[in-house]
Design a protein around this ligand. Structure first.
Ligand SMILES: N[C@@H](CCC(=O)N[C@@H](CS)C(=O)NCC(=O)O)C(=O)O
Length: 220
C-alpha cells in the first residue's frame, strides 16, 4: 500500500470523487480510501477533519493535503511522472487540459438537472434546451478529441488520461438519463464504461446502502 489516501463521498452520487479515484486505478497506483456519506448531520465535520475546504475529494500524501479534483490530478501527474496522466505530445496535452478545465468549470445545466446516480437508469427523463446545449458541446468536444488526438486508442487522447477521468462522470450521467449519442460519442462512452476502473466503481457504488433522496431523480 502506498502512502496515498483519497477521501471521497458516496460512489453512487459523487461525480467529483470519481475523477481522481478512476485516474488512480487506471494508472495502477495503490491508495487507501475513506468514503464519507453526504447529507448527514456530521458530514461537514467529517470532511473538515481532512480538508478545510469542507469538500471532497481530498488527497493526503505524506504531510500534504490536496483538495479539488483537478488539482489532485495535476499533483498526481507531477508526483508520478513515469505514468501517463496527460498526453505526451504538447499540443495534445494543451487540448487535454483545456477540455478538462472546460468540464471543471462548466456545464452547470447538465450537472444540476442530471445529478450523478450510478445505481439508476431512467427512460423518462425530459431534457431542457439548456441541458441539450451542454450535451451538444460535450459531444462536440469528444468528437474533436477523438478525431484529432485519439488515433492511438479508444479514449479522448488515445490511451486513458486525466481528460477521460474528468469526463467519466459525464459518461455515466448520459447512461443514467438515457441521453442518445452520435456514433463517435457512443463508441467513446462504451470504451469508458467498459474500462476496468469504471467497472470497479460501478460495483462499489452498487454495494453502498446509503440512499440520499435529493440525488434521486423522481419521474413525473
Ligand atoms: N471543485 C471541487 C468540488 C467538490 C465538491 O463539490 N464536492 C462535494 C461532493 S460531490 C462535497 O464535498 N460536498 C460537501 C457537502 O455536500 O457537504 C472538486 O472538484 O473537487
Amino acid at each position: 500500500m502506498s502512502d496515498l489516501h483519497l477521501i471521497l463521498a458516496n460512489k453512487a452520487y459523487s461525480s467529483w470523487s470519481m475523477r481522481p479515484w478512476v485516474a488512480l486505478k487506471a494508472q495502477g497506483l495503490a491508495f487507501k480510501e475513506t468514503v464519507i456519506c453526504l447529507d448527514q448531520p456530521d458530514t461537514g465535520a467529517k470532511i473538515k477533519a481532512f480538508s478545510a475546504s469542507g469538500k471532497v475529494p481530498a488527497l493526503q500524501h505524506g504531510d500534504i493535503t490536496i483538495w479539488d479534483s483537478l488539482a489532485i490530478l495535476e499533483y498526481l501527474a507531477e508526483t508520478f511522472p513515469e505514468k501517463r496522466w496527460w498526453p505526451a505530445d504538447k499540443k495534445a496535452r494543451a487540448a487535454a487540459r483545456a477540455v478538462s478545465a472546460e468540464m471543471h468549470s462548466g456545464f452547470a445545466a447538465m450537472r444540476t438537472a442530471m445529478p450523478m446516480n450510478m445505481r439508476k437508469t431512467y427512460t423518462d427523463f425530459a431534457r431542457t434546451e439548456a441541458v441539450d446545449a451542454d450535451v451538444a458541446r460535450i459531444t462536440a468536444i469528444w468528437r474533436y478529441c477523438r478525431e484529432n488526438f485519439g488515433s492511438g486508442g479508444a479514449f479522448l487522447f488515445g490511451a486513458f488520461s486525466n481528460a477521460d477521468a474528468m469526463y467519466a462522470p459525464v459518461v455515466t450521467r448520459f447512461k443514467t438519463y438515457g441521453v442518445p449519442l452520435d456514433a463517435v460519442s457512443q463508441a467513446y462512452a462504451d470504451a469508458v464504461l467498459t474500462h476496468p476502473a469504471l467497472r470497479e466503481w460501478y460495483i462499489s457504488a452498487a454495494g453502498e446502502t446509503w440512499v440520499i433522496p435529493k440525488y434521486e431523480f423522481k419521474s413525473t
